[in-house]
Design a protein around this ligand. Structure first.
Ligand SMILES: *[C@@H]1O[C@H](CO)[C@@H](O)[C@H](O)[C@H]1NC(C)=O
Ligand SMILES: *[C@@H]1O[C@H](CO)[C@@H](O)[C@H](O)[C@H]1NC(C)=O
Ligand SMILES: *[C@@H]1O[C@H](CO)[C@@H](O)[C@H](O)[C@H]1NC(C)=O
Ligand SMILES: *[C@@H]1O[C@H](CO)[C@@H](O)[C@H](O)[C@H]1NC(C)=O
Ligand SMILES: *[C@@H]1O[C@H](CO)[C@@H](O)[C@H](O)[C@H]1NC(C)=O
Ligand SMILES: *[C@@H]1O[C@H](CO)[C@@H](O)[C@H](O)[C@H]1NC(C)=O
Ligand SMILES: *[C@@H]1O[C@H](CO)[C@@H](O)[C@H](O)[C@H]1NC(C)=O
Ligand SMILES: *[C@@H]1O[C@H](CO)[C@@H](O)[C@H](O)[C@H]1NC(C)=O
Ligand SMILES: *[C@@H]1O[C@H](CO)[C@@H](O)[C@H](O)[C@H]1NC(C)=O
Ligand SMILES: *[C@@H]1O[C@H](CO)[C@@H](O)[C@H](O)[C@H]1NC(C)=O
Length: 651
């Protein structure tokens, strides 16, 4: 009877005992008093400002938390890469000299590529919360860990949006560095899967001035597509929109989709102001989606307090959240790494010895001995942070990539839906769908209505006739006979006639202008060859031809015709053999065999009637001759559908 409480008490003792033993154990491994993380990013940037403060907060929180890294003080050594590739590399080397166990950053994808090679050699894990370039997933960069979702997913989200709105071609406007180029390549691949494509890639160099961007946008405006995907850096992105606005490209008919940089810019300033908001009315942008949680709400209000107190200059954006979680991820992993009894030891690599006469102190770079153990711990992270569940799949990708889709209007943004790798587009939050079986029915894929540029709610068509000076070339036969159909004219159109009237009336029904020029074919003193005219359309000398052109099989093989609009209609002319004039011509409709079958049926029906009737009907009796006559007679009655009447008369 008393055994249950006793058993419970035993468990309690065991639990307490295990805990004490564990603590004893970890302390026994002489944890270091302090350890350092490196941090590399551009402090004076949209992402960097938020990230810097988020990292400071995270380090403070880790040091204040007795359960993680007890007895060890976490330091972060921050270096400003100042948006410069070369400077960034030097800074990275300077950080490596300080025996850091992991590096948080860099912000730029270009630096991430270079530094990945350095950390591969030194076995120092690189945790980047901002380098979203999809090509960094390469297996070559084994010490690179991305603690944010790759642009691969963002580009798939955009491709799904393009498909949802039924556009076929987009123009990509991007900054031509690793980040921009790789992102747009991923977009091209994602669009190809949806049978859409990038019709034009408009690249401009990093740090381009206004004139360069202006030239790029003027070029873009001449293109057929009116759907623009803008994938640029947060710090120069608004320039693109301010120039687009000046060029009148933020009006109705245009579609602007900005990648998550625009959301970061808007999130980073407490109140962007009407000057900024006016530039981007009607644009769509994406934002890294992080599920709402008590943890996140508390952090957001704490940040807001500190911002009001002037401790930081930037509002919180998605990158700030990821930067905060990255520090915690590192802290948890180092904690487990130390619990395993691993050492924070560094050793010199003889291959780094200075070459003769060099003043680069490469020999001060030392390899982190247990770097691969820490890497393993980092990749097996599994905890809930501000950005939700942080866990890596077997491809080193954070699980559950998801984005919010925002529409900018008025003084703020409006969320029109979500995209997640699992459920594609939806109006319900992604985490509400993760547990459920995938519903691929197209009705599920939906977004709320968008207010497009020009304050219209009708979905832009997405393309126009390119006004880059190329009207349609319409070939018109210039003949000497039947000039009512088409002929030369001295009017503005150059041509006149019935066919031209029909063509112009049809153009009027098209809801957009179709620039065209008529080009005469032939010299008016002889009839031109229509076969040649059709061939010229096929050869692309003309874009189309208008005139009294007959639709014949040969021509339909090389061009498409409209429905015929003159009296003759669509006719097929076939050759026939000469008509027979013999008196037996009436036999022609049926073949000889058909006549035989008809005769056989005639007899057969007579026979059937005779068989049925001769037992009961006196008319079907008598001599064989009489009966045969009756058979023929009833059969012929039948043939004339008068059988019954004949019969009744007889009765
Ligand atoms: C574990 O702690 C006990 C007392 O709490 C102590 O006697 C023992 O020496 C410790 N063991 C180690 C390995 O530090
Ligand atoms: C930060 O950047 C802004 C513009 O991007 C510039 O005006 C300012 O001088 C920069 N500050 C520093 C300290 O570099
Ligand atoms: C960053 O670079 C700019 C020029 O690109 C320079 O004016 C500025 O002084 C640099 N800031 C730092 C902190 O190095
Ligand atoms: C850590 O260092 C100690 C001595 O300094 C050594 O006994 C131990 O084996 C090392 N542990 C690992 C995992 O290398
Ligand atoms: C450096 O130069 C000295 C003589 O100038 C030579 O003996 C030595 O081998 C050189 N070391 C290397 C690493 O090349
Ligand atoms: C991660 O943690 C959650 C609970 O926090 C647990 O349900 C899940 O199984 C863990 N995943 C792995 C791979 O350990
Ligand atoms: C994304 O979705 C695909 C297909 O459902 C899946 O194979 C992949 O693992 C997902 N990726 C992540 C990071 O969840
Ligand atoms: C999928 O979603 C549609 C629309 O919401 C719903 O009608 C349908 O029942 C769903 N199918 C499944 C299998 O849940
Ligand atoms: C008009 O073109 C035909 C061939 O299409 C040619 O035979 C004729 O000589 C030309 N007439 C003039 C006046 O050029
Ligand atoms: C049809 O076209 C073929 C080759 O394109 C040509 O040889 C032939 O003469 C044409 N027939 C007619 C009736 O135009």
């Amino acid at each position: 009877m008393g055994s249950v409480p006793v058993l419970a008490l035993c468990f309690l003792f065991i639990l307490i005992g295990a805990k004490a033993g564990n603590q004893n154990g970890t302390i026994g491994f002489s944890r270091p008093k302090a350890l350092s993380l490196g941090a590399l990013f551009t402090l004076n940037s949209t992402i960097g400002k938020a990230a810097k403060f988020a990292i400071e907060l995270a380090v403070g929180d880790v040091n204040n938390d007795p359960t993680v890294l007890p007895g060890t003080r976490l330091n972060v050594i921050t270096q400003d890469t100042n948006c410069s590739g070369f400077l960034g590399i030097i800074e990275a080397f300077q950080i490596m000299e300080k025996d850091v166990v992991a590096v948080v950053g860099p912000q730029s994808s270009m630096l991430a590529h270079v530094i990945s090679n350095v950390v591969n050699e030194l076995h120092v894990p690189l945790l980047s919360f901002a380098a979203t370039d999809p090509t960094l997933d390469s297996l070559q960069y084994s010490y690179f860990i991305r603690t944010i979702h790759s642009d691969y997913y963002q580009m798939n989200a955009i491709a799904d949006m393009i498909q949802y709105y039924e556009w076929r071609e987009v123009v990509a406007i991007f900054v031509d560095d690793d980040y921009g180029r790789s992102g747009i390549t991923a977009l091209g691949d994602a669009l190809a899967k949806k049978r859409a494509k990038i019709s034009y890639k408009a690249a401009f160099p990093p740090n381009a001035d206004r004139t360069t961007i202006n030239d790029v946008l003027v070029q873009v405006n001449l293109m057929e597509s009116r759907v623009y995907v803008v994938h640029v850096n947060p710090d120069s992105g608004m320039t693109v929109f301010s120039i687009a606005k000046r060029l009148g490209m933020m009006t109705s008919g245009y579609v602007w989709i900005a990648t998550d940089w625009l959301a970061s810019v808007l999130d980073s300033s407490e109140n962007p102001g009407p000057n900024t908001m006016n530039l981007i009315q009607g644009a769509l942008t994406l934002r890294h989606y992080t599920p709402n949680s008590v943890l996140k709400q508390r952090f957001v209000s704490r940040w807001r307090d500190l911002l009001r107190k002037g401790k930081t200059t930037s509002s919180l954006n998605a990158y700030g959240l990821y930067a905060y979680d990255t520090i915690w991820m590192a802290a948890y992993a180092i904690d487990r790494f130390l619990s395993e009894g691993a050492n924070l030891s560094f050793s010199s690599d003889p291959s780094f010895h200075d070459t003769n006469g060099s003043h680069l102190h490469l020999s001060s770079l030392r390899t982190f001995d247990s770097g691969n153990m820490l890497l393993k711990q980092l990749l097996s992270s599994n905890f809930t942070g501000l950005t939700g569940q942080l866990q890596f799949d077997s491809d080193k990708q954070l699980i559950h990539p998801a984005y919010e889709i925002l529409n900018i209007g008025g003084t703020g943004t409006r969320r029109i839906g979500y995209w997640s790798n699992y459920s594609s587009l939806s109006v319900v939050t992604p985490e509400a769908l993760y547990g459920k079986p995938l519903n691929t029915s197209s009705t599920r894929k939906q977004l709320y209505d968008v207010i497009w540029p020009g304050e219209t709610t009708t979905k832009p068509r997405g393309w126009v006739f390119p006004n880059n000076g190329k009207p349609l070339r319409i070939g018109v036969p210039y003949r000497e006979s039947y000039t009512d159909f088409v002929t030369k004219d001295n009017g503005p159109d150059n041509v006149k006639g019935y066919c031209i009237d029909v063509f112009l009336a049809a153009l009027n029904l098209v809801p957009y202008p179709v620039p065209h020029t008529f080009i005469l074919f032939g010299n008016g003193s002889a009839n031109p060859s229509y076969n040649e005219l059709v061939q010229k359309v096929a050869d692309n000398t003309f874009d189309a031809a208008v005139g009294d052109i007959s639709i014949v099989t040969n021509r339909t093989r090389i061009v498409d015709f409209t429905q015929p609009y003159t009296e003759s209609g669509l006719v097929i002319v076939a050759t026939v053999k000469e008509l027979s004039t013999s008196p037996w011509a009436f036999l022609k409709p049926f073949t000889f065999q058909m006549w035989c079958v008809t005769g056989a049926f005639f007899l057969f029906i007579g026979l059937v009637v005779w068989i049925l009737e001769h037992r009961t009907n006196d008319e079907f009796r008598g001599s064989p001759r009489q009966q045969i006559v009756t058979i023929f007679w009833s059969a012929s009655c039948m043939y004339h559908s008068k059988f019954q009447r004949c019969f009744l008369a007889k009765c």
